[in-house]
Ligand binder design. Structure first.
Ligand code: MYR
Length: 281
């Protein structure tokens, strides 16, 4: 069986890796005024953070048009694929997954199976890479979807933002409306519950929030189980590298990648945010 793997730009899998693993990508858009940029195609991450510093009007984001997703599926239907597995950022924060489901119901000649990662960024990318590796080995759709569900059982992620106003402005912070005013003064540790972003714990400083996130990981790492993790930065690469090196030195059962928060997720989190995600391999 030949299964095509599709994802969206917010998995932040670099172009060279996508090419090597035949991962097809549908971009979300970041919009500055009247200009719309397709993430990972028209705009680089570094360029995005510079633009945010230089413009007064803050950017907005938009999901891919159903027509664009459909075009991707139609071109795969014309190739020799038997089915498509399409993996997307959480349906609780974006309409992208729903757009994929709609496009999947319209395309002719191929079945599309959409997977809601209930997360985003390179943590979503963990699912994409696993699916791509399995697809290259000839796994069936059922085998791939079963494995993705299995991964979800141990997948954990926490993140912090330097300035909560971005998340509040974009309306992506749930379950904390009464707390939001007071939380603007703190650096809350956030996480996803049922696909939505909710506060996990209130912490006073950025340093303490980072420490708390890492301590949550250390609890799992201490089990000795083989763990794959990712440290995700928003324009502060050295911080992610330092976290990776420190953890890999201390835990020999742990592999830590580093990745970035690109324009679309960066619009909602802001520069200086930091995320950490992991699963038991
Ligand atoms: C859209 O316009 O459809 C895109 C909306 C994206 C919302 C992003 C909200 C923040 C996600 C944080 C992920 C953190 C992972 C460590």
């Amino acid at each position: 069986m030949k299964v095509a793997i599709v994802t969206d730009s917010t998995a932040y899998i670099p172009a060279a890796v996508r090419e090597e693993w035949k991962i097809h990508m549908v971009p979300l858009n970041v919009v500055f005024g009247d200009e719309s940029y397709r993430e990972e195609i028209d705009i680089e991450t570094g360029e995005f953070y510079n633009m945010v510093k230089q413009t007064e009007e803050l950017p907005k984001t938009s999901q891919p048009a159903i027509g664009d997703v459909l075009e991707t599926y139609e071109s795969l239907a014309k190739e020799d694929y038997d089915a498509i597995v399409s993996i997307h950022l959480s349906s609780g924060i974006s309409g992208t997954y729903q757009a994929a489901v709609s496009a999947g119901s319209m395309v002719e000649g191929i079945n599309v199976h959409c997977f809601d990662s209930e997360i985003s960024a390179r943590i979503q990318g963990f699912y994409v890479m696993e699916a791509a590796e399995m697809a290259q080995k000839g796994a069936s759709v059922e085998e791939i979807l079963d494995r993705l569900q299995e991964m979800k059982q141990t997948m954990r992620a926490y993140f912090m933002v330097d300035d909560l106003s971005h998340l509040r402005r974009g309306g992506r912070l749930s379950g904390a409306q009464a707390m939001v005013g007071s939380m603007l003064q703190v650096k809350p540790v956030l996480h996803f519950v049922e696909g939505k972003i909710v506060p996990f714990e209130k912490v006073r400083t950025r340093k303490k929030a980072m420490k708390r996130i890492i301590s949550l990981f250390e609890e799992d790492a201490a089990s000795g189980k083989p763990i794959r993790a990712v440290a995700i930065h928003a324009n502060q690469e050295q911080e992610a590298i330092t976290v990776k090196e420190d953890l890999e030195k201390r835990f020999d059962n742990v592999e830590v990648l580093t990745s970035y928060i690109g324009p679309v997720i960066g619009t909602h989190l802001g520069e200086g945010s930091f995320g950490f995600g992991w699963y038991v391999k």
